[in-house]
Every structure is written in structure tokens, then in C-alpha cells.
Design a protein around this ligand. Structure first.
Ligand code: NDP
Length: 499
């Protein structure tokens, strides 16, 4: 067993789970990698190894895909009624809810996020998502159509499961991303091979145990741990996979598209963002200042929809910058398990290097840090929440996704909504935006002009299983959640019957 350094604040059950010999879940069994290889999982608050997990490679991916193929083509799953599928998904939600505290602690240890956040957001949102999708199982249907071809016909469509789905998820919301992917695919009747992120596989492995306990037939859900190149790439390229669903960087999204080309599998992508938060001069600043601070600092800025470009009208710019900087400098940084912590560490050494080098690049190009600007501790992957002013649209920090607690504040002088929208839309991304104003006409006109999949008005980061989420432009293909996501996991069959 691995050398583990488990936090003494964890309860026995959670420590035992983290320290146990982890196995992947293939065809209803918990197994080691075929090669026997494992890799280390680090506690981001200390940088110490806390677990070892199997390293899946092509052979394991192939085994999992074949199990999913069998379960789809021959297994009891395809003969189950929609209602039975829904009940299993609901049961999984109940089991997850029963283990809420345990999952929150695992997520906090693995990802670094504050325990209170995992408890209030990650786990309940995952439970809700499963329940919402359980309800969809019995409501996936086609339509009947009057057609005008000569003769008399009964014509209708069927909505059928797309087949075997490969799903690849990132580390920022490990459990919730697994739920976003698994819930709709199960509701639609697909079978699944899920690859967890290399940094944060523990909640997904525990979820596999609950999937087993809930009684899903063998091979319906298979859960792999491994690296992007070793396990993700062969999954994306596998000839027996009908569809690949990916969340992560735009760069890897492009690789997925290439890998999927071999058998022209369907692809959905939820990628990066550089989302604007726009504060108009009439906004209620008592809400807009904490709201836009939370837009960037929630989950340590490791959100694809983080409000990382803060536009504020010049008449209130100084007040906004001062307010957001004040909040940034008062955020308590520490281990996710410390009840006083408001911001934990970044997920990995690599992410810490990436974020601090972005900050350095901004400062060297002439930006000014009105809060933060540095690493926050000698041990663990902590960075100070940072507010940069004096930035220009050409700087890397303004153009590229940093994926850390770093916001670039930019003033605007205009009242011309077209020009403000042009500035906000001046990015290759189009995932989300927030607009802060008391004027409902301005709010709705701006919402129409912003090219992104989500627009929040006087709020940011509001998620619900019923609300579709996804990107315009290079932020992705397709939508997660809501009824929309079912399009990712179903094919439409048209039937015309000559009467
Ligand atoms: P990646 O896009 O590299 O990783 C996301 C998932 O894809 C992981 O499971 C990863 O495996 C897998 N993957 C990596 N390479 C391949 C490949 N060639 N084929 C198939 N799957 C692959 O994100 P990172 O974790 O490396 O983070 C890098 C940056 O991506 C962040 O700094 C951030 O800017 C952005 N990001 C965006 C997210 C979003 O929600 N939009 C989420 C996470 C990151 P592995 O676990 O080995 O990396």
C-alpha cells in the first residue's frame, strides 16, 4: 500500500477509503490495471502523497469499452424499462446523499476546495443532477408528424440511446463533473466508460462503489483512472465507442476531435472560458462588488465560467477595484479541511506554476496588482487571490484562460451597448457572462448581444440541473444539463409507415 499522509481531521471511514488499495471499476468488478501500474495522488494542501490508484492504459480501456459494448448490445440494461432506469439513477442519488459528508471530505482532500463548499455545492448539486436526470428517463420521446408526401402515412420519430459513450472529465469539480456526464447518459439508456482526472480520482472511485451498490447491471458504467495520453486518448479513438463527451481545456478538446475522426464518433465538448463580468454605473454595488469577487474567486478561480475579465464603467471603476481588492485581501487561505478556510490550494503543482507564471507575465507587461500577485505559502499549492489593473486587451492575462484566482479589471467609458458588447465578446471563448445593472432594458439588450452560452444578470455562477450550460465559439460543442443535454446522448430515428 502507498505511503499515505492522511489528515487527522478526517473521520476514520474517509481516511480508510483514501488509504485503501484503489481499483478501477470494469464490467461490474473492481480491478487493478492490466499492467499492475499505479500512480500517486497528492494532497494539494501539503504536496504529500496520500493515495495510489491504478494507471489504466490501452488494454484496460479496451476491456472497459468491450464491457460497455456488451452491456449495450446484449445486456439487461437495454431491455430495462425507462422507469426502471430512472429508479436506479434515483437510488444512486439517494446513496450519494446518504454519504454527503464522506464525499465532501474526499473532495476537499483531493481537490483542495473548502469542505464547506463541497458540502454545500459539489455534493448536493450532484445529487440534484442525478434526481433531475432520473426524471428524464421516462420523458425522452419523439414526435409524430403530418407529412405531405403523396399517399397516406403514419410518421413519427424515436429518440434512441446513442450507444457506448466515452466520458473524460477534469479535476475542478470531480464529483459534479462525473454526475453531469453520467446522469443524462444513463437516463438516455447509454453505457459508459468514464475516465477520471489524474489529479482527483477519489470521489469518482467512491461513486463507482455506490453505482455497484445501487445495482446497475455489469458493464453499464465503467470507471477508469489514468492519464490523458495513456487512457483518455485511446478512449477517444476507440472504434467501438459511439460518442465521446469531454470537459477540459480547449487544447485537449481539439485533440479529442481529431481522435474521434477515425470512426466519426459523435463529440460534445465543454471547454474553457474567459468570461466577462460587466458592471454598469447604475448597478447596486453592494451586490455587484461581492458578486463579481465571488465570480472569480469561487473554487479558487478554477471554473471554466469564472468572471476573469471584470469590466466596470469608469465612473465606478475605482470603487469596484477597491472593493474587489479588499475582499481578495481578506480571503482566508488554508487547507480545505480547516473550517475557517475560504480558499484552499490550487489542485496541483503544475496549476500553481501555471497561475503564478500568468501573474508574472501580466506584471512584467505593465499590469498592477491591487491585491495578491504571489504564491501564498511555502508548502502546498496556494496562491494569493489577485486583482490586476492597468491591463490591455493584448496582454496574455486578458486573452488566455488562467484557471486560477486572478481577475483583470478593465474600465469602459462608453454608454454604447454595441461597443461594450464588442469588448466583452473580444475573446475566442463564449462560455458565460454576467451583467450588473438595475436597468432591465440594458440588462436584456446586453444579454442578447453577448455571444456566450450563459448570461447571468445581477448574479454569477448560478447553476441548476434544469439550466443548460455550454459554450459558443471555442468554448465547446453541445450543452450540459437541462433537457438539452439529452441531445448529446440520443439519436433521432424517423419512421414512415405507409398506411
Ligand atoms: P486537460 O484538458 O488536459 O484535462 C481534462 C481531461 O482530459 C483529463 O481527464 C485529462 O487527463 C484528459 N486528457 C488530457 N490529454 C488527453 C488526450 N490527449 N486525450 C484524451 N484525454 C486527455 O486539462 P488539465 O487538467 O491539464 O488542465 C489544463 C488547463 O485546462 C487548465 O489550466 C485550464 O485552463 C483548463 N481546464 C479547463 C476546464 C474546464 O472545465 N473548461 C477544466 C480543467 C482544466 P489527465 O487527467 O491525465 O490530465
Amino acid at each position: 500500500m502507498a505511503t499515505v499522509a492522511i489528515d487527522p481531521r478526517l473521520d476514520r471511514k474517509t481516511s480508510d477509503f483514501i488509504a485503501q488499495q484503489h481499483r478501477m471499476y470494469i464490467d461490474g468488478k473492481f480491478v487493478n490495471a492490466a499492467s499492475g501500474k499505479t500512480f500517486s495522488i497528492y494532497n494539494p494542501a501539503t504536496g504529500e502523497v496520500m493515495a495510489q490508484v491504478p494507471e489504466a492504459e490501452s488494454a484496460d480501456v479496451d476491456q472497459a469499452v468491450r464491457a460497455a459494448r456488451r452491456a449495450f448490445d446484449e445486456g439487461p440494461w437495454s431491455r430495462m424499462s425507462a422507469s426502471q432506469r430512472g429508479r436506479l439513477i434515483w437510488k444512486l442519488a439517494d446513496l450519494l446523499e446518504e454519504h454527503l459528508e464522506e464525499f465532501a471530505a474526499i473532495e476537499s482532500m483531493d481537490n483542495g476546495k473548502p469542505l464547506a463548499v463541497a458540502r454545500a455545492a459539489d455534493v448536493p448539486l450532484a445529487v440534484d443532477l442525478f434526481r433531475y436526470m432520473a426524471g428524464w428517463s421516462t420523458k425522452i420521446m419523439g414526435h409524430s408528424f403530418p407529412i405531405s408526401a403523396s399517399g397516406e402515412y403514419l410518421s413519427y420519430t424515436l429518440r434512441e440511446p446513442i450507444g457506448v459513450v466515452g466520458q473524460i472529465i477534469p479535476w475542478n469539480f470531480p464529483l459534479l463533473m462525473a454526475a453531469w456526464k453520467l446522469g443524462p447518459a444513463l437516463a438516455a439508456g447509454c453505457t459508459i466508460v468514464l475516465k477520471l482526472a489524474e489529479q482527483t480520482p477519489l470521489s469518482g472511485l467512491r461513486l463507482a462503489e455506490l453505482i455497484h451498490e445501487a445495482g446497475f447491471p455489469d458493464g453499464v458504467v465503467n470507471v477508469l483512472t489514468g492519464f490523458g495520453e495513456g487512457a483518455g486518448a485511446p478512449l477517444a479513438a476507440h472504434e467501438l465507442v459511439d460518442k465521446i463527451a469531454f470537459t477540459g481545456s480547449t487544447e485537449v478538446g481539439r485533440l479529442i476531435v481529431h481522435a474521434a475522426a477515425g470512426n466519426l464518433k459523435k463529440v460534445s465538448l465543454e471547454l474553457g472560458g474567459k468570461s466577462p463580468a460587466i458592471i454598469f454605473p447604475d448597478a447596486d454595488l453592494d451586490k455587484a462588488i461581492p458578486g463579481t469577487a465571488s465570480a472569480i474567486f469561487f473554487n479558487h478561480g478554477q471554473c471554466c465560467c469564472a468572471g476573469s475579465r471584470l469590466f466596470a464603467h469608469e465612473s465606478i471603476f475605482d470603487q469596484v477595484v477597491e472593493g474587489v481588492s479588499d475582499i481578495a485581501s481578506r480571503i482566508r487561505i488554508g487547507s480545505g479541511l480547516d473550517p475557517l478556510t475560504q480558499m484552499g490550494p490550487l489542485v496541483s503543482e503544475e496549476q500553481l506554476q501555471k497561475v503564478t507564471s500568468y501573474i508574472d507575465s501580466g506584471l512584467s507587461e505593465g499590469a498592477n496588482a491591487t491585491a495578491g500577485g504571489k504564491k501564498a505559502a511555502d508548502r502546498g499549492y496556494f496562491v494569493q487571490p489577485t486583482v490586476l489593473t492597468c491591463t490591455t486587451p493584448q496582454m496574455k492575462v486578458v486573452r488566455e484562460e488562467i484557471f486560477g484566482p486572478v481577475v483583470c479589471a478593465l474600465p469602459f467609458s462608453d454608454s454604447d451597448l454595441e461597443r461594450i458588447a464588442q469588448e466583452a465578446n473580444n475573446t475566442e471563448y463564449g462560455l458565460a457572462a454576467s451583467i450588473w445593472t438595475r436597468d432591465i432594458s440594458v440588462a436584456n439588450k446586453m444579454a442578447k448581444r453577448i455571444r456566450s452560452g450563459t448570461v447571468w444578470i445581477n448574479c454569477h455562477n448560478v447553476f441548476d440541473a434544469a439550466l443548460p450550460f455550454g459554450g459558443y465559439k471555442q468554448s465547446g460543442w453541445g450543452r450540459e444539463m437541462g433537457g438539452e443535454v439529452l441531445n448529446n446522448y440520443t439519436e433521432v430515428k424517423a419512421v414512415a409507415l405507409a398506411l
